[in-house]
Design a protein around this ligand. Structure first.
Ligand SMILES: Cc1cc2nc3c(=O)[nH]c(=O)nc-3n(C[C@H](O)[C@H](O)[C@H](O)COP(=O)(O)OP(=O)(O)OC[C@H]3O[C@@H](n4cnc5c(N)ncnc54)[C@H](O)[C@@H]3O)c2cc1C
Length: 378
């Protein structure tokens, strides 16, 4: 067993960490307030080779693994969950293509992202989020392709996306076996994107509704076989949940940094906060939860790179990181006392940002359903 990162992994983690300190963290408060993603950060990260690190070399990517992706993601999200997640979430949209795409689809659409395009993964609908197989968007067979009709909600980066990987029903009566995935370019006739939705946190990350009004999609834009969309979505989650877990790991790390600094500087009843055992124990617990979530995250990513099944590990990592991030953000606010409630200090934003980690990419309840199901299978 070897818990050490390779020299190359240490190097990319360091580069991403420096980038986060220099380019992401200083913009976090303003981007949150403006509710807008600073595109120049995307350009700079791209120029340094820090985006799409797991994209294959044949598509113009660096061809690194999921471990490297989570190292970069963790560092970015330590700076800001909104900016960091926006820089990384392309990986969710490209994963269906990497898994099920034809050679031609991969070379075209992965290469676009490697060159700097943004893309979105469009599964959730107003009436179906956790209930993936309950989506109602239709993909009706027509000569030469399909006509997509319906709408999606909560689609990250939709207003910036050049294309979407979309899940729809080719057979409304066939339950999860009636789902099929497609690549849909942004400029397709009949496709429109709503204004960014107002959110509690992660405000630098745009999230929109997407409307499909009789959008024609040619056959060569279908991903995999007709009816294979549900299995594809599940395979995508196994590979993307380690990255979303890393969102949480980065946020916990930031909570610990901020809380430890404040607890060392602030005095109460003649001694530093950190010298009160009740406060020191909170910091100790944060460190424990950080390391637990991080180890689960790295392990679940490492399994992807080894080509091994990681369903239970990915769900454990995602739920552990999300729940610990929410807990850590709440305790960070507590350690700051009244100042924790103030928009002048960074921890109220961490608190608002953390909540979404327990909701998207499968809620914490759904992760437990997956873990329990895998337990029963074993
Ligand atoms: C900021 C943000 C960004 C997002 N980005 C994307 C994106 O890019 N692409 C995309 O497709 N989607 C995206 N989503 C959607 C997200 O994945 C869903 O919101 C999430 O899966 C939950 O679905 P829901 O909102 O329909 O809630 P519901 O499914 O209605 O769940 C409501 C509550 O009921 C619980 N619940 C539901 N079913 C069960 C069950 N079987 N067992 C136990 N508890 C259950 C849930 O855990 C939750 O607490 C995003 C959401 C947000 C908020």
């Amino acid at each position: 067993m070897d818990f050490d990162l390779t020299p190359d992994q240490r190097q990319i983690r360091e580069l991403a960490g420096q980038f986060s300190d220099r380019e992401i963290a200083p913009r976090a408060a303003q981007a949150d307030q403006d509710k807008s993603f600073p595109m120049e950060v995307h350009e700079r990260a791209l120029a340094l080779g820090l985006l799409g690190v797991n994209l294959p070399e044949y598509a113009g990517g660096p061809g690194l693994g999921t471990v490297e992706l989570v190292l970069v993601t963790e560092a970015f999200c330590r700076g800001c969950l909104g900016i960091g997640s926006t820089l990384c979430i392309n990986a969710l949209a490209t994963e269906p293509i990497a898994i099920a795409g034809t050679d031609a689809q991969r070379r075209e659409y992965l290469a676009r992202v490697a060159k700097g395009a943004l893309a979105s993964f469009a599964l959730t609908e107003p009436a179906a989020g956790s209930d993936v197989s309950g989506i109602r968007m239709r993909a009706d067979r027509k000569p030469g392709g399909y006509v997509l009709h319906g709408s999606k909600i909560w689609i990250s980066n939709a207003n910036l996306a050049e294309y979407f990987t979309v899940f729809a029903k080719t057979d409304l009566e066939a339950g999860h076996r009636g789902m099929t995935a497609f690549i849909v370019p942004r400029d397709s006739k009949g496709l429109s994107v709503g204004a960014p939705l107002g959110k509690l946190g992660q405000r630098a990350a745009p999230t929109c509704e997407v409307f499909f009004d009789q959008v024609f999609v040619p056959d060569d834009h279908r991903l995999g076989e007709e009816g294979a969309g549900f299995a594809l979505a599940m395979a995508v989650f196994d590979r993307s949940r380690p990255m979303v877990a890393a969102f949480g790991v980065g946020l916990i790390e930031r909570c610990l940094e901020e809380a430890q600094r404040y607890a060392t500087e602030r005095k109460s009843m003649g001694k530093r906060l950190i010298d009160h055992q009740a406060v020191a124990h909170k910091l100790a617990e944060m460190r424990m939860r950080l390391e637990s979530a991080r180890l689960l995250t790295y392990q679940s990513a490492w399994l992807v790179d080894k080509g091994r099944k990681n369903t239970i590990e990915a769900s454990m990592a995602k739920a552990s990181a999300a729940d610990s991030a929410m807990w850590a953000a709440s305790e960070a606010v507590q350690i700051f006392g009244g100042m924790g409630y103030s928009t002048e200090y960074p921890v109220e934003k961490l608190f608002r940002d953390a909540k979404v980690l327990q909701i998207y990419e499968g809620t914490s309840e759904i992760q437990r359903n997956v873990i329990a199901r895998e337990l029963l299978k074993a």
